[in-house]
Design a binder for this molecule. Structure first.
Ligand SMILES: C[S@@+](CC[C@H](N)C(=O)[O-])C[C@H]1O[C@@H](n2cnc3c(N)ncnc32)[C@H](O)[C@@H]1O
Length: 208
């Protein structure tokens, strides 16, 4: 199977190649996109994520952007900072886990109906391995939704995010899905609100 070596040399290089645990040692209890963009993401989650389903929020923090009035089953959150995850009111279980050090997810196969990843894909240095592991933990037909905007922590985003325009970054995420395998064809939703940070969501369902 292909892996991240399918991309050009330097594609995943970062200005700051030090251990991610150092960068994320202090909690950042902030939001990373405009309020209107958060509302658009929440509205998209309302459509895409199954009520009562078991969810995994990857690269999570203190907010998961889920609709407040919708009940889900398990809401597992995985990120780098324990204090951020502890402050997440939607979480039913919390895991501190560095996906760049260990792309394999610490969950059993077929555990989730949906996996979401909000405004963080640019920090993954081994995304194809992570996407393959997401397919493993998703149930057949389950959805993997990757929400992207245009802000980033510049020193920890991969080089490709600095050199590619947004349209090509969206295509790159589609390539992550295809290289990983185990997914139906990816689809792209443009839910960018007027006058606020843009929002593109690339989704693919696990093959049945
Ligand atoms: C821009 S914040 C986004 C947080 C949240 N998803 C949101 O929508 O506000 C980036 C998040 O990616 C997570 N992250 C960054 N590098 C990671 C890594 N190597 N492994 C796992 N999570 C990581 C951090 O914990 C951080 O919370």
């Amino acid at each position: 199977m292909a892996d991240d070596s399918a991309f050009a040399p330097g594609f995943f290089a970062r200005q700051d190649e030090s251990d991610d645990r150092d960068f994320y040692a202090a909690p950042r209890l902030v939001v990373h996109i405009d309020d209107a963009t958060i509302s658009a993401l929440t509205a998209a989650y309302r459509e895409l994520l199954p009520r009562d389903g078991d969810l995994l929020d990857l690269m999570s923090s203190w907010v998961s952007h889920l609709p407040a009035d919708v009940e889900y089953g398990r809401v597992a959150v995985l990120g780098m900072n324990a204090q951020e995850l502890a402050a997440n009111p939607r979480a039913s279980d919390r895991v501190v886990h560095d996906l760049n050090a260990e792309p394999e997810l610490p969950f059993e196969p077929d555990s989730f109906d949906a996996v979401v990843n909000a405004v963080s894909i640019q920090y993954l240095t081994r995304p194809v391995e992570v996407f393959r592991s997401v397919a493993r933990v998703l149930r057949p037909g389950g959805i993997h939704a990757v929400a992207m905007s245009h802000r980033c922590f510049p020193t920890t985003a991969v080089r490709a995010w600095h050199v590619l325009p947004p349209r090509e970054r969206i295509d790159v995420v589609g390539t992550y899905f295809r290289e990983a395998g185990g997914y139906e064809d990816p689809e792209v939703l443009d839910r960018s609100p007027q006058g606020a940070d843009p929002l593109w969501i690339v989704t693919a369902r696990r093959t049945t």
